[in-house]
Design a protein around this ligand. Sequence first.
Ligand code: ADP
Ligand code: MG
Length: 245
Amino acid sequence: MTKHIIEVQHLKKHFGKNEVLKDISFTVKPSEKVVIIGPSGSGKSTLLRCLNRLEDDYDGRVIFYDQNICQAKTTDLRLIRQRMGMVFQQFNLFPNKTVLENITFATIKLKVMTADQATQKAHELLKQVGLDDKAAAYPQSLSGGQQQRVAIARSLAMNPKVLLFDEPTSALDPEMVGDVLGVMQRLATNGMTMIIVTHEMMFAQKVADKVLFMDKGVVADEGTADYIFNQTSNPRTKEFLSKVM
Ligand code: ADP
Ligand code: MG
């Protein structure tokens, strides 16, 4: 049996009286693509944020390479987030840094690489996302789709073991979505382990090894893309899909 990279065991999270995650369990294997779908407010973002401890104070366990993330000390958190990159809906680039600096900043600061190595790697990554001509540009001069591709390159600069995506194309104009999904598709094909929250159902069907359907804080349905999109008899899954497809 292949060893799991991530094991989520009985994860529970509440904000005050609002129980947002109610006993979530799943596993992620090396190179696996796990796609999480579900209605707004079902807890998808909170789940991703618990995985790399952007959210604290939850019950249950998240095991990442045999380490219990829930008990990781502040000093370990940096390493966890290096190994588990996250791409957000709103890109979160540094506005006062160039594209190149956005990509090299953390790797140099955290001494993952020398400045020369980081710069060389950044150019390689920019080529990979089709933006090497934008190295000297500032984020606000780029389209949303270009900014998101820079954000993906920035995550990749850390050599992460896993990438988390939280609706990476939801803030984009429709004509930008394809380029970002294309970059993600190539990462998937190249073997990156990915957990992706998305409303792009065609993309989900193409890349997912496993789909989790979340509803009201639980994984209400789970299976291969073929099972979720073509075979499930779960009425909640079917109702959701009928609205978004
Ligand atoms: P999704 O990403 O599926 O839309 P979220 O994880 O963002 O869902 O939110 C799930 C629930 O948790 C919602 O009811 C939301 O209002 C609540 N929630 C999320 N973050 C916070 C927070 N920081 N404080 C209080 N409630 C929150
Ligand atoms: Mg969300």
